[in-house]
Design a protein around this ligand. Structure first.
Ligand code: GLY
Length: 422
């Protein structure tokens, strides 16, 4: 099977590594990729937001399966174009990808499916902002304001704060830039990312994971696209994971079928485990980054065959997934000044090997690898338990040299020390 992966992050690097372990995968291609993925797959430079360009590439290279990593091409309907060209595609149609691309659509689907989620309100008129802020946040009984960019913002458009001035400034800035603002009620409880491979009504969950969105240790500083993750979650009882699948993901998948926009691809449920039970923070229409780097490190089942089964309507026949025992951790090495305006162009040393997944990297003509994005690398460690996986991961992180870079030192620690309780 020849698989073409679309994307350029550490998530796509992790997908390639897992696909390479599948005995039925004999060729890998990627567009546009990065300096690390070039060692695993033939690299093509196409506009990945153009369905026509991606479908043409898939046809020209004889791909048997296209796997679309990022949300933007999915929301733009690139998978529709690939399927129309007769190539199997892992990734939802543009209509189904609205579960991530349109907050209003997602809330409507969740309400119809009877799924618990945060209360929300869209503000698109600055004159209505103060009254809306009064309906959310601490005066209304919430612990904090949750202010989001209503469009796709790669996690960076989110501010969670108990400081009304900060909440207002973020919302006003978004409105000034012409972006509608989404205010949500704060969901109190540890967060879980549960990725499910979905094909219509069939839902196959992967291991639950947790990511770390704030830039600093102890969940301080601004939100980022994600600074690290670990899987599985020792503090999350299996019954809660099962309940998330049965009571949340399956009803949402069924509701999408009912609306004639069946989901085929990776449905990512982001949840908070509140005192009242799991509640949805968001749905995404693709693998999460950086959780994928940890989750796929433990997958023993053949990923290419799994994704191909989902893409061709045969997921229900796929054997139960097999996982390596133990735990996996990923730590993101970010460029100086990320998430604001990251410095780029710095030479990276020590970024070789299967434990170092590349994101914002490119190779110079002289062969050196330099940074070209905010989240530069994603280092993965595995071990018999979370403590061992953290040790494995941080040993590699410490060997990397990237001037001005920073990373969190507490990924997975609270869970490893038994400090997360429900
Ligand atoms: N880990 C957050 C995301 O992928 O959106």
């Amino acid at each position: 099977m020849h698989v073409l992966v679309i994307g350029s992050g550490a998530r796509e690097h992790a997908l390639l590594l897992a696909l390479q372990r599948d005995p039925q995968v004999d060729a890998l291609s990627i567009a546009p990729g990065n300096a690390g993925t070039a060692a695993l797959a033939t690299t093509y430079d196409v506009d990945i937001t153009s369905g026509e360009a991606v479908a043409q590439l898939a046809t020209e290279i004889g791909a048997d399966l296209v796997v679309i990593g990022p949300e933007v091409p999915l929301v733009l309907g690139v998978s529709d174009a690939v399927r129309a060209a007769g190539v199997a595609c892992f990734g939802p149609t543009g209509a189904a990808a609205r579960i991530e691309g349109s907050k209003a659509f997602a809330k409507d689907v969740m309400t119809a499916a009877g799924v618990r989620t945060a209360l929300s309100e869209v503000v698109d008129n600055p004159a209505h902002l103060d009254a809306a802020l009064d309906r959310f946040g601490p005066p209304a009984g919430n612990r904090a304001w949750v202010v989001k960019d209503d469009g796709l913002a790669a996690g960076k458009g989110v501010v969670v704060t108990d400081d009304r001035t900060l909440a207002r400034a973020h919302a006003a800035g978004l409105l000034d830039d012409g972006h509608p603002v989404l205010l949500e009620s704060f969901l109190d409880g540890p967060e879980v990312s549960l990725f499910c491979v979905v094909d219509g009504d069939s839902v196959v969950p992967l291991l639950p994971a947790q990511d770390f969105k704030r830039v600093g240790d102890g969940d301080t500083g601004p939100n980022t696209g994600g600074m690290g993750a670990y899987a599985p979650l020792p503090w999350l009882p299996a019954e809660i994971t099962a309940a998330i699948v049965e009571d949340i993901v399956k009803p949402v998948a069924a509701e999408l079928v009912r609306r004639d926009c069946a989901f085929s691809g990776l449905l990512y449920a982001g949840l908070a485990i509140t005192p009242d039970g799991p509640s949805v923070v968001e749905f995404n229409c693709r693998f999460g980054d950086p959780e994928t780097q940890a989750v796929l490190a433990l997958l023993e089942s053949p990923l290419g065959q799994l994704l191909h089964a989902a893409a061709t309507g045969r997921l229900a026949e796929f054997p139960e997934l097999r996982w390596r025992d133990g735990a996996a951790v990923t730590v993101v090495v970010a460029a100086e000044n990320y998430p604001a305006r990251p410095r780029i162009g710095d030479v990276i040393v020590g970024a070789e090997g299967e434990k170092v997944l590349h994101a914002g990297t490119r190779r110079n003509e002289d062969g050196t690898i330099v940074s070209c994005g905010g989240r530069v690398l994603s280092v993965v460690g595995v071990g018999d338990d979370l403590t061992a996986a953290c040790a494995d991961c941080y040993t590699t992180v410490e060997q990397i040299r990237l001037p001005g870079s920073h990373f969190r030192r507490d990924i997975g620690q609270a869970a490893a020390q038994g400090r997360i309780r429900l």
